[in-house]
Design a protein around this ligand. Structure first.
Ligand code: DC
Length: 227
């Protein structure tokens, strides 16, 4: 069967990653969480005290970074590895969330990661989620989805996710972090988060997770059938 590229963009904590992961599982597609790649770079910068205002330091640091996704047979999920070390848990912590939008606004970081993402999509059969997938990484993707949800819904979902990992964070702090990230993500000069003109918008505030997955799987079916 013909394989396509599915680009899923949208704000933080709208359910992009979990939806994309499930859709990819159902269709036996590869799933790539590009946010995890920006988070892994942020973690490396924090661990190595890389100055975000020093372009040479940043270029040198990027040369030392290797990011991979490896299947975890225990969780049946894909884990993020930074230079051979599993950082899946660490990259989701608030210290990383607090800095990641700033790091992802740096053009050299974006160039470095976009090139790797485009390589991953060469064989198609991929579901990729992020902020610039339908606009920059794969402007010719066969299917583009833009996901949104109300702020309070997003914050509660993020709080539950963090709680599951043992981090208890006040809802107000999460809302503040999400607002700050929305502002930086949508207003940065290089590849700001915006809806591609040909993207389908899915507001996940009032639909269940299962419905989100079903809607996208059906859309993919129609795209494959159309072409
Ligand atoms: O999806 P996430 O919350 O894990 O993403 C973390 C940050 O990475 C987010 O604040 C913006 C940035 N990002 C980006 O700029 N471009 C992408 N394709 C993916 C994420």
């Amino acid at each position: 069967m013909k394989k396509i590229i599915v680009a899923i963009d949208g704000y933080s904590a709208c359910g992009k990653s979990s939806t994309a992961k499930n859709v990819a599982n159902i269709l036996k597609y590869n799933y790539i969480d590009t946010g995890a790649m920006y988070r892994a770079v942020t973690l490396y910068f924090l661990q190595n005290f890389v100055s975000l205002t020093n372009p040479i330091e940043i270029e040198n640091a990027l040369k030392e970074i290797e990011i991979e996704f490896r299947h975890n047979p225990k969780t049946q999920k894909s884990d993020t590895f930074l230079n051979g070390i599993n950082v899946e848990q660490e990259i989701r912590q608030m210290v990383v969330s607090d800095k990641v939008s700033e790091v992802s606004a740096i053009s050299s970081v974006r160039r470095f990661l976009v090139a790797q993402q485009q390589k991953m999509g060469r064989k198609k059969g991929i579901v990729m989620d992020g902020r610039d997938i339908g606009t920059v990484v794969f402007p010719d993707a066969e299917l583009k989805i833009f996901m949104t949800a109300e702020m309070i819904t997003r914050a509660k979902r993020r709080q539950d996710e963090l709680l599951e990992k043992g981090e208890m964070i006040d809802l107000e702090d999460i809302i503040e972090n999400l607002k700050k990230r929305d502002m930086i993500d949508t207003s940065r000069q290089d590849s700001p988060l915006k809806q591609a003109e040909d993207a389908f918008v899915i507001d996940t505030t009032n639909i269940t997770f299962e419905e989100q997955v079903e809607i996208i799987v059906e859309m993919i079916g129609s795209k494959i059938y159309e072409s």
